[in-house]
Design a protein around this ligand. Structure first.
Ligand code: COA
Length: 319
Protein backbone atom coordinates (compact mmCIF):
# COMPACT_ATOMS: atom_id res chain seq x y z
CA UNK A 1 0.00 0.00 0.00
CA UNK A 2 1.21 3.51 -0.78
CA UNK A 3 0.02 6.82 0.65
CA UNK A 4 -0.73 9.27 -2.16
CA UNK A 5 -1.88 12.32 -0.23
CA UNK A 6 -2.46 13.66 3.27
CA UNK A 7 -4.75 16.22 4.87
CA UNK A 8 -5.36 17.71 8.28
CA UNK A 9 -7.99 19.85 10.00
CA UNK A 10 -7.97 21.71 13.30
CA UNK A 11 -10.44 23.80 15.27
CA UNK A 12 -9.51 27.48 15.12
CA UNK A 13 -9.61 27.89 18.90
CA UNK A 14 -6.04 27.62 20.26
CA UNK A 15 -5.84 27.19 24.03
CA UNK A 16 -2.53 27.80 25.79
CA UNK A 17 -1.45 26.22 29.07
CA UNK A 18 -2.24 29.40 30.98
CA UNK A 19 -5.97 28.81 30.52
CA UNK A 20 -5.73 25.57 32.53
CA UNK A 21 -4.32 27.28 35.62
CA UNK A 22 -7.72 28.92 36.01
CA UNK A 23 -9.52 25.52 35.81
CA UNK A 24 -7.26 23.21 37.80
CA UNK A 25 -4.27 23.41 40.12
CA UNK A 26 -1.58 23.40 37.42
CA UNK A 27 0.98 25.62 35.72
CA UNK A 28 2.58 26.20 32.33
CA UNK A 29 5.93 25.16 33.83
CA UNK A 30 4.56 21.76 35.03
CA UNK A 31 2.79 21.01 31.75
CA UNK A 32 5.74 21.92 29.52
CA UNK A 33 8.34 20.08 31.61
CA UNK A 34 6.28 16.87 32.05
CA UNK A 35 4.67 16.67 28.61
CA UNK A 36 6.17 19.13 26.11
CA UNK A 37 2.72 20.61 25.43
CA UNK A 38 2.33 24.41 25.22
CA UNK A 39 -1.03 24.71 23.48
CA UNK A 40 -3.72 22.62 21.83
CA UNK A 41 -6.78 23.27 19.65
CA UNK A 42 -10.16 22.85 21.32
CA UNK A 43 -13.43 22.65 19.46
CA UNK A 44 -15.90 25.47 19.76
CA UNK A 45 -18.46 23.69 17.58
CA UNK A 46 -16.39 21.45 15.32
CA UNK A 47 -17.38 17.78 15.46
CA UNK A 48 -15.42 14.64 14.70
CA UNK A 49 -17.39 14.52 11.44
CA UNK A 50 -16.78 18.13 10.38
CA UNK A 51 -13.05 17.81 11.11
CA UNK A 52 -12.88 14.42 9.34
CA UNK A 53 -14.63 15.93 6.30
CA UNK A 54 -12.16 18.83 5.99
CA UNK A 55 -9.11 16.59 6.49
CA UNK A 56 -10.47 14.08 3.94
CA UNK A 57 -11.16 16.75 1.31
CA UNK A 58 -7.55 17.92 1.63
CA UNK A 59 -6.16 14.36 1.49
CA UNK A 60 -8.17 13.56 -1.65
CA UNK A 61 -7.06 16.80 -3.32
CA UNK A 62 -3.43 16.24 -2.39
CA UNK A 63 -3.58 12.65 -3.74
CA UNK A 64 -5.14 13.87 -7.00
CA UNK A 65 -7.60 10.97 -7.10
CA UNK A 66 -11.28 10.90 -8.09
CA UNK A 67 -13.78 10.50 -5.27
CA UNK A 68 -15.69 7.87 -7.24
CA UNK A 69 -12.65 5.59 -7.22
CA UNK A 70 -12.58 5.31 -3.42
CA UNK A 71 -13.66 1.80 -2.36
CA UNK A 72 -12.70 1.82 1.31
CA UNK A 73 -13.32 4.36 4.07
CA UNK A 74 -12.05 3.65 7.56
CA UNK A 75 -12.44 6.18 10.37
CA UNK A 76 -10.63 5.78 13.64
CA UNK A 77 -12.27 7.68 16.48
CA UNK A 78 -13.62 7.37 20.01
CA UNK A 79 -15.52 10.67 19.92
CA UNK A 80 -18.03 10.42 17.10
CA UNK A 81 -21.49 11.69 18.01
CA UNK A 82 -23.44 8.55 17.17
CA UNK A 83 -22.68 4.87 17.61
CA UNK A 84 -24.45 4.34 14.32
CA UNK A 85 -24.30 5.70 11.67
CA UNK A 86 -20.55 5.42 11.75
CA UNK A 87 -18.37 8.41 10.95
CA UNK A 88 -17.22 6.53 7.85
CA UNK A 89 -20.80 6.24 6.54
CA UNK A 90 -21.48 9.90 7.23
CA UNK A 91 -18.29 10.78 5.37
CA UNK A 92 -19.40 8.60 2.43
CA UNK A 93 -22.55 10.74 2.28
CA UNK A 94 -20.91 14.13 2.86
CA UNK A 95 -18.10 13.55 0.38
CA UNK A 96 -20.48 12.11 -2.24
CA UNK A 97 -18.58 8.82 -2.46
CA UNK A 98 -20.04 5.90 -4.35
CA UNK A 99 -22.65 3.66 -2.75
CA UNK A 100 -21.93 0.29 -4.36
CA UNK A 101 -18.78 -1.74 -3.84
CA UNK A 102 -17.52 0.34 -0.97
CA UNK A 103 -16.64 -0.66 2.59
CA UNK A 104 -17.18 2.13 5.13
CA UNK A 105 -16.71 1.49 8.83
CA UNK A 106 -15.22 2.90 12.03
CA UNK A 107 -12.70 1.32 14.30
CA UNK A 108 -12.16 1.91 17.98
CA UNK A 109 -8.57 1.30 18.95
CA UNK A 110 -8.21 4.66 20.72
CA UNK A 111 -4.90 6.36 19.90
CA UNK A 112 -3.71 3.33 17.87
CA UNK A 113 -6.80 3.55 15.64
CA UNK A 114 -5.10 5.05 12.59
CA UNK A 115 -2.29 2.46 12.69
CA UNK A 116 -4.87 -0.34 12.90
CA UNK A 117 -6.69 1.30 9.95
CA UNK A 118 -3.51 1.19 7.83
CA UNK A 119 -3.06 -2.51 8.62
CA UNK A 120 -6.70 -3.26 7.76
CA UNK A 121 -6.60 -1.26 4.55
CA UNK A 122 -3.62 -3.22 3.33
CA UNK A 123 -5.76 -6.39 3.65
CA UNK A 124 -8.85 -4.96 1.96
CA UNK A 125 -7.43 -2.85 -0.87
CA UNK A 126 -7.35 -4.41 -4.33
CA UNK A 127 -5.24 -3.19 -7.30
CA UNK A 128 -6.89 -0.12 -8.80
CA UNK A 129 -8.74 0.64 -5.54
CA UNK A 130 -8.24 3.66 -3.31
CA UNK A 131 -8.71 4.00 0.43
CA UNK A 132 -9.55 6.99 2.58
CA UNK A 133 -8.21 6.50 6.10
CA UNK A 134 -9.08 9.04 8.75
CA UNK A 135 -8.40 9.71 12.42
CA UNK A 136 -10.67 12.34 13.92
CA UNK A 137 -11.30 13.30 17.53
CA UNK A 138 -13.06 15.87 19.63
CA UNK A 139 -11.61 14.74 22.92
CA UNK A 140 -12.94 17.87 24.62
CA UNK A 141 -16.31 16.00 24.59
CA UNK A 142 -14.93 13.50 27.10
CA UNK A 143 -12.33 15.54 28.99
CA UNK A 144 -12.82 16.20 32.70
CA UNK A 145 -11.65 19.80 32.91
CA UNK A 146 -11.40 19.53 36.71
CA UNK A 147 -8.86 16.68 36.56
CA UNK A 148 -5.43 18.29 36.24
CA UNK A 149 -3.71 14.98 35.52
CA UNK A 150 -5.60 14.50 32.23
CA UNK A 151 -7.25 17.74 31.08
CA UNK A 152 -3.98 19.41 30.10
CA UNK A 153 -2.97 16.58 27.78
CA UNK A 154 -5.62 16.42 25.08
CA UNK A 155 -6.55 18.36 21.97
CA UNK A 156 -9.01 18.11 19.06
CA UNK A 157 -8.28 17.60 15.36
CA UNK A 158 -8.32 15.26 12.38
CA UNK A 159 -5.88 13.79 9.91
CA UNK A 160 -6.54 11.76 6.77
CA UNK A 161 -4.67 9.96 4.03
CA UNK A 162 -5.66 8.68 0.61
CA UNK A 163 -3.87 5.46 -0.28
CA UNK A 164 -3.68 3.00 -3.15
CA UNK A 165 -2.88 -0.70 -3.41
CA UNK A 166 0.74 -1.16 -4.33
CA UNK A 167 3.25 -3.97 -4.05
CA UNK A 168 5.80 -1.65 -2.46
CA UNK A 169 7.30 -2.85 0.81
CA UNK A 170 4.88 -2.53 3.75
CA UNK A 171 5.13 -4.14 7.19
CA UNK A 172 2.53 -3.96 9.91
CA UNK A 173 2.57 -5.13 13.51
CA UNK A 174 -0.20 -4.75 16.08
CA UNK A 175 -1.01 -5.75 19.61
CA UNK A 176 -3.65 -5.56 22.33
CA UNK A 177 -3.55 -6.01 26.09
CA UNK A 178 -7.09 -5.79 27.45
CA UNK A 179 -7.02 -3.47 30.47
CA UNK A 180 -10.12 -1.88 31.97
CA UNK A 181 -8.27 0.34 34.43
CA UNK A 182 -5.27 2.18 33.00
CA UNK A 183 -7.04 4.30 30.39
CA UNK A 184 -10.80 4.42 30.24
CA UNK A 185 -13.43 6.63 28.64
CA UNK A 186 -16.61 5.81 30.54
CA UNK A 187 -19.69 4.01 29.41
CA UNK A 188 -22.63 5.32 27.44
CA UNK A 189 -25.56 5.80 29.87
CA UNK A 190 -28.05 2.96 29.29
CA UNK A 191 -31.72 3.60 28.50
CA UNK A 192 -34.16 2.56 31.25
CA UNK A 193 -34.72 -1.19 30.83
CA UNK A 194 -37.84 -2.72 32.44
CA UNK A 195 -36.39 -6.25 32.09
CA UNK A 196 -33.15 -5.58 33.91
CA UNK A 197 -32.51 -5.20 37.64
CA UNK A 198 -31.94 -1.57 38.66
CA UNK A 199 -28.28 -0.64 38.46
CA UNK A 200 -26.32 2.24 39.84
CA UNK A 201 -25.94 5.05 37.32
CA UNK A 202 -22.75 4.59 35.33
CA UNK A 203 -20.05 7.21 35.72
CA UNK A 204 -20.12 9.97 33.12
CA UNK A 205 -18.14 9.21 29.95
CA UNK A 206 -14.97 11.06 30.89
CA UNK A 207 -11.32 10.13 30.46
CA UNK A 208 -9.75 8.38 33.46
CA UNK A 209 -6.11 7.45 33.30
CA UNK A 210 -3.24 6.07 35.34
CA UNK A 211 -0.54 8.20 33.73
CA UNK A 212 2.48 6.30 35.02
CA UNK A 213 1.11 2.89 33.93
CA UNK A 214 0.32 4.23 30.48
CA UNK A 215 3.73 5.90 30.24
CA UNK A 216 5.49 2.58 30.89
CA UNK A 217 3.26 0.74 28.41
CA UNK A 218 3.81 3.46 25.80
CA UNK A 219 7.61 3.37 25.88
CA UNK A 220 7.73 -0.42 25.97
CA UNK A 221 5.17 -1.01 23.19
CA UNK A 222 6.49 1.74 20.93
CA UNK A 223 10.05 0.46 21.16
CA UNK A 224 8.97 -3.15 20.61
CA UNK A 225 6.70 -2.48 17.64
CA UNK A 226 9.14 -0.12 15.88
CA UNK A 227 11.93 -2.67 16.26
CA UNK A 228 9.65 -5.40 14.94
CA UNK A 229 8.67 -3.61 11.70
CA UNK A 230 12.20 -2.39 10.99
CA UNK A 231 13.58 -5.91 11.50
CA UNK A 232 10.94 -7.29 9.14
CA UNK A 233 12.24 -4.84 6.57
CA UNK A 234 15.76 -6.14 7.23
CA UNK A 235 16.81 -2.77 8.67
CA UNK A 236 17.88 -1.14 11.93
CA UNK A 237 16.14 1.93 13.44
CA UNK A 238 19.08 4.09 12.28
CA UNK A 239 18.14 3.29 8.65
CA UNK A 240 14.72 4.95 8.97
CA UNK A 241 14.43 8.48 7.58
CA UNK A 242 11.30 9.53 9.50
CA UNK A 243 9.47 8.23 12.57
CA UNK A 244 5.94 9.57 12.97
CA UNK A 245 4.76 8.46 16.39
CA UNK A 246 1.66 9.04 18.45
CA UNK A 247 2.04 12.45 20.09
CA UNK A 248 1.13 11.82 23.73
CA UNK A 249 4.15 13.09 25.61
CA UNK A 250 7.51 14.44 24.41
CA UNK A 251 9.26 12.34 27.07
CA UNK A 252 7.68 9.11 25.74
CA UNK A 253 9.02 9.76 22.24
CA UNK A 254 12.45 10.78 23.54
CA UNK A 255 12.68 7.64 25.72
CA UNK A 256 11.74 5.38 22.81
CA UNK A 257 14.26 7.14 20.53
CA UNK A 258 17.01 6.59 23.12
CA UNK A 259 16.14 2.89 23.54
CA UNK A 260 16.06 2.41 19.78
CA UNK A 261 19.38 4.21 19.33
CA UNK A 262 17.90 6.29 16.50
CA UNK A 263 18.68 10.00 16.01
CA UNK A 264 16.03 12.00 17.92
CA UNK A 265 15.72 14.56 15.09
CA UNK A 266 14.19 11.85 12.89
CA UNK A 267 11.17 11.67 15.26
CA UNK A 268 8.70 14.25 14.03
CA UNK A 269 6.98 16.16 16.84
CA UNK A 270 4.08 18.57 16.88
CA UNK A 271 2.90 17.82 20.42
CA UNK A 272 3.97 21.28 21.56
CA UNK A 273 1.10 22.86 19.56
CA UNK A 274 -1.37 19.96 19.23
CA UNK A 275 -1.37 17.99 22.50
CA UNK A 276 -2.61 14.42 22.31
CA UNK A 277 -5.32 14.14 19.65
CA UNK A 278 -5.71 10.35 20.02
CA UNK A 279 -6.57 8.65 16.70
CA UNK A 280 -5.93 11.92 14.82
CA UNK A 281 -2.42 12.28 16.19
CA UNK A 282 -0.43 10.13 13.73
CA UNK A 283 -2.18 11.24 10.49
CA UNK A 284 -2.11 14.88 11.61
CA UNK A 285 1.62 14.65 12.34
CA UNK A 286 2.17 12.88 9.02
CA UNK A 287 0.28 15.63 7.21
CA UNK A 288 2.33 18.35 8.91
CA UNK A 289 5.58 16.55 8.06
CA UNK A 290 4.42 16.09 4.47
CA UNK A 291 3.37 19.74 4.18
CA UNK A 292 6.79 20.84 5.48
CA UNK A 293 8.38 19.38 2.32
CA UNK A 294 10.84 17.31 4.40
CA UNK A 295 9.25 13.97 3.46
CA UNK A 296 10.62 12.78 0.13
CA UNK A 297 9.36 10.01 -2.15
CA UNK A 298 11.40 6.84 -1.71
CA UNK A 299 12.26 7.56 1.95
CA UNK A 300 11.75 4.92 4.64
CA UNK A 301 9.03 5.84 7.12
CA UNK A 302 7.83 4.22 10.34
CA UNK A 303 4.50 5.15 11.91
CA UNK A 304 3.79 4.04 15.44
CA UNK A 305 0.92 4.31 17.91
CA UNK A 306 -0.24 3.15 21.34
CA UNK A 307 -3.23 3.88 23.46
CA UNK A 308 -6.42 2.82 25.20
CA UNK A 309 -7.45 -0.79 25.04
CA UNK A 310 -4.60 -1.08 25.64
CA UNK A 311 -3.47 -1.26 22.02
CA UNK A 312 -0.34 -0.64 20.00
CA UNK A 313 0.92 -0.96 16.47
CA UNK A 314 3.49 0.17 13.91
CA UNK A 315 3.84 0.36 10.15
CA UNK A 316 6.93 0.47 7.94
CA UNK A 317 6.47 1.83 4.44
CA UNK A 318 8.30 3.52 1.63
CA UNK A 319 7.01 7.04 1.07
N1 COA B 1 -0.23 20.09 37.09
C1 COA B 1 0.45 20.01 38.24
N2 COA B 1 0.65 18.86 38.91
C2 COA B 1 0.17 17.75 38.37
C3 COA B 1 -0.56 17.75 37.15
C4 COA B 1 -0.75 18.98 36.52
N3 COA B 1 -1.41 19.09 35.34
N4 COA B 1 -0.92 16.48 36.85
C5 COA B 1 -0.44 15.70 37.85
N5 COA B 1 0.20 16.47 38.76
C6 COA B 1 0.88 16.06 39.98
C7 COA B 1 0.35 14.77 40.55
O1 COA B 1 -0.82 14.99 41.31
C8 COA B 1 1.51 14.32 41.40
O2 COA B 1 1.48 15.05 42.58
P1 COA B 1 1.89 14.33 43.98
O3 COA B 1 3.33 13.94 43.79
O4 COA B 1 1.68 15.41 44.97
O5 COA B 1 0.99 13.16 44.11
C9 COA B 1 2.73 14.80 40.60
O6 COA B 1 2.23 15.80 39.70
C10 COA B 1 3.40 13.73 39.82
O7 COA B 1 2.41 12.99 39.13
P2 COA B 1 2.80 11.85 38.15
O8 COA B 1 1.55 11.19 37.66
O9 COA B 1 3.86 11.00 38.76
O10 COA B 1 3.44 12.70 36.97
P3 COA B 1 4.19 12.18 35.70
O11 COA B 1 5.58 12.70 35.66
O12 COA B 1 4.01 10.69 35.51
O13 COA B 1 3.40 12.93 34.53
C11 COA B 1 1.72 12.39 32.90
C12 COA B 1 2.01 12.66 34.36
C13 COA B 1 0.23 12.11 32.74
C14 COA B 1 2.09 13.63 32.10
C15 COA B 1 2.57 11.18 32.42
O14 COA B 1 2.44 10.12 33.35
C16 COA B 1 2.16 10.70 31.07
O15 COA B 1 2.32 11.38 30.08
N6 COA B 1 1.66 9.46 30.99
C17 COA B 1 1.23 8.90 29.75
C18 COA B 1 -0.10 9.47 29.40
C19 COA B 1 -0.50 9.18 28.00
O16 COA B 1 0.32 9.10 27.15
N7 COA B 1 -1.78 9.02 27.81
C20 COA B 1 -2.38 8.83 26.58
C21 COA B 1 -2.08 7.54 26.00
S1 COA B 1 -2.73 7.44 24.43
Amino acid sequence: MRILGTGGALPSNEVGNGAFSALADTSDEWIVSRTGIRSRRISSGDTALSLARSASERAIASAGIRREDISLVVCASVTGETLTPSLACLLQRDLGLREDNILAFDINAACTGFIYALGLAREFLRPGGYALLVGSEVLSRVTDFTDRSTCVLFGDGAGAVAAEASDGEFHFVSGARGDGESLVIGSIPPAPNPFSAARASPPPPLIRMNGQEVFRFAVESMTKSILCVTERAGLAPGDIHHFVCHQANRRIIESAARRLGAPPERFFMNIERRGNTSAASVPLALDELNASGRLLRGERVVLSGFGGGLTYGAVYMIW
